[in-house]
Ligand binder design. Structure first.
Ligand code: AMP
Length: 421
């Protein structure tokens, strides 16, 4: 009996056509990451479960793909990569030259209810900057993410904040770090009632709805914030840092919103946080999220190390390219070699190999089709040239080169063929 299999829920297959736009996205972003001197790394797709429960607690388990291996170890598929990179740092990279500038790309797994823009298997491309605590390192990370969007020619909204403002108010009022983490989680999920149960809501409520836009200036906003936080020195210090980072990215001509009610789902963040969203993506419109996490490496057994980073939701970026109708610039196939008759197949096969060695992306008619059929295949596949190998021309050491768009043909010496492109 034949069987039919479906993909697991929340996963996708990617056709060659899909992969063209994904590869374009990847290559364009790599150029930006490398222009900022970031280096590519990889880590395992599965990790010890504890790596994720250590900071986020057991509540995170229901959102993870967890399993036991044959030696009864508790493992999980990674839901994101910051924890893995911090672990990798604590395990060995700690001895590398500082600051460490790293970027990664890979699949992540979250046990979530699938919907538009939300998958159980999805890809992230992100950067981590470790060992630097300067305000320029916060600004660099934000600019790196926003330059990726600019390079892709995408319209977007950049939003930033500093968790030290909310945390500062809470810690100066004697609220411990664990409770602060919980409070920030409630703010992120818009759970006001829950928030009121764990902290004195009056302390932070004036800031939660406060935001301002770079196009209108920050004077009025700044005055209101300063008056609400004047008796909290830690919050004041954080707000000064935020203003300095804002100044740096404004000096590069970036537009953004500051939103003090912004929080981030992950419990790692300690300072500046930001996200990038794209209109038209529906409910899941956030394409990037990041921030400073100065305590994570220490939690994983490393020395205290400042760190800042972000992750792009790669799949949502691909969707943004589609809805904003951005052309995907991919290198296609240059040539197809077509033998006309069985006698010239061996020689044609060799010509295709020579073209490949000369750096041309070359196809060869593997199916023994009629010339007419191969030419119509080549034009529908967008192949630029056909090298037609006929017995008569071959006797003179020549082939016929056909330009597929102009349909012009000319005889060319095989020895001179690679010089024609
Ligand atoms: P996070 O690690 O939650 O800060 O997410 C960083 C980015 O990854 C988000 O801004 C999204 O673009 C993307 N992302 C997160 N979860 C999913 C998901 N389930 N499916 C697709 N993209 C996701």
């Amino acid at each position: 009996m034949n069987m039919k299999f479906e993909r697991p829920r929340g996963t996708r297959d990617f056709s060659p056509e899909d992969m063209k736009s994904r590869d374009f996205l990847f290559q364009t972003m790599v150029q930006v990451f490398e222009s900022y001197a970031y280096n590519h790394i990889e880590t395992p797709v599965f990790e010890n479960l504890e790596l994720f429960t250590a900071k986020s607690g057991d509540e995170i388990v229901e959102h993870l793909y967890t399993f036991k291996d044959k030696s009864e170890r508790d493992l999980c598929l990674r839901p994101e990569m910051t924890a893995s990179v911090a672990r990798m740092y604590a395990n060995g990279l700690v001895h590398s030259r500082k600051p460490l500038k790293l970027y990664y790309f890979g699949p992540m797994y979250r046990y979530e209810r699938p919907q538009k823009g939300r998958y159980r298997e999805f890809w992230q491309m992100g950067a981590e900057l470790m060992g630097a605590s300067s305000l320029e390192s916060d600004a660099e990370i934000i600019c790196l993410a926003s330059d990726c969007m600019d390079k892709l020619d995408l319209k977007y909204n950049l939003r930033l904040s500093h968790l030290g403002v909310l945390r500062g108010i809470l810690s100066d009022s004697g609220v411990d770090e664990k409770t602060q983490d919980k409070a920030l989680g409630c703010i992120d999920r818009d759970e006001a009632e829950e928030l009121k149960k764990i902290v004195d809501f009056q302390l932070i409520s004036p800031l939660l709805g406060l935001s301002a836009d770079s196009s209108k200036g920050f004077k009025e906003f700044s005055d209101v914030v300063l008056s609400s936080i004047k008796s909290f020195p830690s919050a004041l210090k954080a707000f000064e840092e935020l203003k300095a980072v804002m100044g740096l990215i404004q000096s590069l001509g970036k537009e953004f919103t500051v939103d003090l009610g912004m929080s981030r789902g992950l419990a790692y963040y300690t300072g500046m946080v930001f996200d990038i969203s794209v209109e038209g993506l529906g409910a899941q419109n956030q394409v990037c999220g990041g921030g400073r996490y100065d305590k994570l490496i220490e939690l994983f057994g490393g020395p205290p190390t400042p760190a800042v980073g972000f992750a792009f939701g790669f799949d949502r970026l691909g969707e943004a390219l589609k809805i904003q109708e951005k052309p995907v610039d991919v290198k296609g196939v240059d040539v197809i070699v077509v033998p006309v008759g069985d006698d010239v197949r061996a020689e044609s096969f060799k010509i295709a190999r020579d073209l490949r060695q000369a750096g041309l992306a070359s196809d060869y008619d593997l199916m023994g089709r009629k010339l007419k059929d191969v030419l119509s295949f080549a034009s529908s596949a967008g192949i630029k040239y056909a090298v037609i190998v006929g017995p008569r021309e071959l006797k003179d050491g020549e082939i016929v080169l056909r330009d597929m768009s102009s349909k012009k043909e000319k005889r060319v010496k095989i020895k001179e063929l690679t010089r024609q492109f």
